[in-house]
Design a protein around this ligand. Structure first.
Ligand code: MCA
Ligand code: AMP
Length: 482
C-alpha cells in the first residue's frame, strides 16, 4: 500500500500550504496529524469516526482537513454559512463524533466542537511518528451535494477514488512537485478541497489559498511563482473584467503554466476574451462530486473549443440513451447522457441506498445526468442536463426543490416555483416565482431563503404572480415561466 499524501512521506522544511502571510511546512503538517490523533483519541474519537470540519477562512481549516484525513478520520467538511435547514439535516445524517473549527462556530450546541489552534500545535515536537493515510477502499470524505428535490445527500468518497483521480490529472496536465496551485474556492466541495488541497499534497508541490476571490490577489500570486490556477467560470469572467479595467493584471496571468476551469461550462465568449487579453488558453475539465473528475483537456492537446477533453486515464466513458443503451456515435452531433466507470466512482450516498441505486448500476456504471456529444477523437462536448430542476450558479449546484421548500416555509408564500435563468456572470441565476397569501417584499423573501439555507442558494430575482401555470395534471409548467 502507498500513502495518499506523498508530500508528507518525508516531512521537512518545505512549505506546502500558504494562507495570507502564514505558511505551513510538511513537517508541521505531520506534527499536526500526530497531535490531532492523540487529542481526539483522548476523547474516545478513533480513526474511522466521522469528524466534521467547519471550513472557516483560516489556515487551521486546511490543517484540520489534511491532518484529519491523514489521521484516518472520515472528514465531513461543512460550509460555515450553512443555514439551519441544511445543518439540522447534515448533523443528523452524518452524525459526526466531533467538529473541528478554527473559531467559535454555529454548529456549537449541536455537536461538540474543538478548536484546532494550528499555529500553536504545529510548533510542538511530536512524541509519536505521524500517521499516514494509506490508499484503501474505506470512506475518507462525506461531501454534501444537492439533488433536484429533498435535502442534500452525503457522497462518500474513498482514498482510492481520490488518489486514482489525482494521478490521472497529474498525467493529463504534467502536474508535479514543481507546481504551486493558487485558488480561492470553498473548501467544502471537490474542486477546492480534493483538487486544490489534496491534489497539492499528493501530486503537486504546494497550495496557496485565498479564502475570498479577489482578481488582483490571484494575478499577483501567479506573478510571484505560483504556476497553476483552479477556478470556476464565474471567476474567469470576473478576472476578464478586472483585466479589462486594469491591464496591469495581465502580467500575472501570462506567467501561469496552467489555467484550469471547471464545475460549470466556461462560455466561449469569456474563454476568447481572456485569451485575447493574456495570450493564455484556459483549459476545461469536467466532473461531479460523486465521480471526481471524468474528463480533462490535456496540456498538449490542440485547441478544441467547447470541449472538456476526453476521459482521463483509466476512466471508461460512454453516451447512453433514455433506456441507458449505449450510443455508439462520435459525430459531435448525436446527444446522449454521459455514463462513467472506474476506480474514481464514489462508494455511494450515506444512508441512501435507494439514491445510490438510481445513479450507479450493478456493473459499476455511474449515470451523470449530463447530456453531451462525442467528437471523433473521443473528446466530450457538454450540451446540457437531463434535470431542468438542477441549477448551477457560480459553480454551486442547487436543487430547485430545495429553494422552493425553503420559500414555502415563509408565512406569506402559498406556492413557489424556482428555475435557473442564463446569467453572464454566474452561468445561471436562481429565479423564483411566488404566489402570496399576504403581502411580502421580494427582497424579504430572498433574505428569508438566505437565512434558512446557504446564502448562495438564495434567489437573485423573486417575481410575485397571481398563479403558477399548470398543466391538466396540475403540475407546474416551468417552461411557461421562462
Ligand atoms: C449576499 N450575501 C447575503 C445576502 N446577499 N447573505 C445573506 N443574505 C443575503 N440576502 C452575502 C453572501 O453570503 C456572501 O458573503 C456575499 O454576500 C457575496 O455572496 P454572493 O453574492 O453569493 O457571492 P458571489 O460573489 O456571487 O460568489 C461568486 C463565487 C462563488 C465567488 C464565484 O459562487 C463561489 O465561490 N463559487 C465556487 C463554487 C464551487 O467551488 N463549486 C465547486 C463544486 P461573504 O461576502 O461574507 O462571503 S464541486 C463541482 O462542481 C465538481 C466536482 C467540479 O466539477 O468541480
Ligand atoms: P456538483 O454536483 O456540484 O459536483 O456538480 C457537478 C455538475 O457540474 C456536473 O454534473 C456538470 O453538470 C457540471 N460541470 C462540472 N464541470 C463542468 C464543465 N467543465 N462543463 C460543464 N459542466 C460542468
Amino acid at each position: 500500500m502507498t500513502s495518499l499524501f506523498s508530500r508528507l512521506d518525508a516531512p521537512g522544511d518545505d512549505v506546502v500550504l500558504r494562507v495570507g502571510d502564514e505558511r505551513v511546512t510538511s513537517r508541521q503538517l505531520a506534527h499536526a496529524t500526530t497531535a490531532l490523533t492523540a487529542r481526539l483519541a483522548a476523547e474516545g474519537v478513533v480513526p474511522g469516526a466521522h469528524v466534521a470540519v467547519w471550513t472557516q477562512n483560516s489556515l487551521e481549516t486546511l490543517v484540520s482537513l489534511v491532518a484529519g484525513v491523514a489521521a484516518g478520520f472520515v472528514i465531513v467538511p461543512l460550509d460555515p454559512k450553512l443555514g439551519p435547514l441544511e445543518l439540522n439535516h447534515i448533523v443528523k445524517d452524518a452524525a459526526p463524533a466531533i467538529a473541528l473549527a478554527a473559531a467559535p462556530a454555529a454548529i456549537e450546541g449541536r455537536i461538540a466542537v474543538r478548536t484546532l489552534a494550528a499555529t500553536a500545535e504545529l510548533r510542538q515536537a511530536p512524541t509519536l511518528p505521524a500517521r499516514t493515510r494509506q490508499i484503501d477502499d474505506a470512506p475518507m470524505l462525506v461531501l454534501y451535494t444537492s439533488g433536484t428535490t429533498g435535502l442534500p445527500k452525503g457522497a462518500v468518497l474513498t482514498a482510492r477514488n481520490v488518489a486514482f483521480d489525482l494521478d490521472a490529472l497529474a498525467l493529463a496536465w504534467r502536474w508535479s512537485r514543481e507546481d504551486t496551485v493558487v485558488h480561492a474556492l470553498p473548501m467544502f466541495h471537490v474542486h477546492g478541497l480534493v483538487l486544490g488541497l489534496y491534489g497539492s499534497l499528493r501530486v503537486g508541490g504546494a497550495l496557496h489559498w485565498f479564502p475570498r476571490f479577489v482578481p488582483k490577489e490571484i494575478s499577483d500570486a501567479l506573478g510571484q511563482g505560483t504556476t497553476v490556477l483552479f477556478a470556476v467560470p464565474t471567476m474567469y469572467h470576473r478576472l476578464t473584467e478586472a483585466v479589462e479595467s486594469d491591464p496591469s493584471l495581465v502580467a500575472g496571468l501570462r506567467h501561469a503554466r496552467l489555467l484550469v476551469s471547471g464545475s460549470a461550462a466556461l462560455p466561449q465568449r469569456d474563454q476568447l476574451r481572456l485569451e485575447a487579453l493574456t495570450g493564455r488558453r484556459v483549459i476545461e475539465r469536467y466532473g461531479l462530486t460523486e465521480t471526481l473528475i471524468n474528463c480533462a483537456v490535456r496540456l498538449d492537446a490542440p485547441p478544441s473549443p467547447g470541449s472538456v477533453g476526453p476521459a482521463v486515464e483509466g476512466v471508461e466513458l460512454k453516451l447512453v440513451d433514455d433506456q441507458r443503451r449505449t450510443i455508439d456515435a462520435r459525430d459531435d452531433a448525436t446527444l446522449g447522457e454521459i455514463a462513467v466507470r472506474g476506480p474514481h466512482v464514489f462508494a455511494g450516498y450515506l444512508n441512501r441506498p435507494d439514491a445510490t441505486a438510481a445513479v450507479k448500476d450493478a456493473d459499476g456504471w455511474f449515470f451523470t445526468g449530463d447530456l453531451a456529444c462525442m467528437r471523433p477523437d473521443g473528446s466530450v462536448r457538454i450540451v446540457g442536463r437531463r434535470a431542468t430542476d438542477l441549477i448551477k450558479t457560480g459553480g454551486y449546484k442547487v436543487g430547485a426543490g430545495e429553494v422552493e421548500a425553503a420559500l414555502l416555509e415563509h408565512p406569506a408564500v402559498r406556492e413557489a416555483a424556482v428555475l435557473g435563468a442564463p446569467d453572464a456572470d454566474l452561468g445561471e441565476r436562481i429565479v423564483a416565482f411566488v404566489v402570496l397569501s399576504k403581502p411580502a417584499e421580494p427582497k424579504a423573501l430572498e433574505d428569508f431563503v438566505a437565512s434558512q439555507l446557504s446564502p448562495h442558494k438564495r434567489p437573485r430575482e423573486v417575481h410575485v404572480i397571481a398563479e403558477l401555470p399548470r398543466n391538466a395534471m396540475g403540475k407546474v409548467v416551468k417552461s411557461k415561466l421562462r
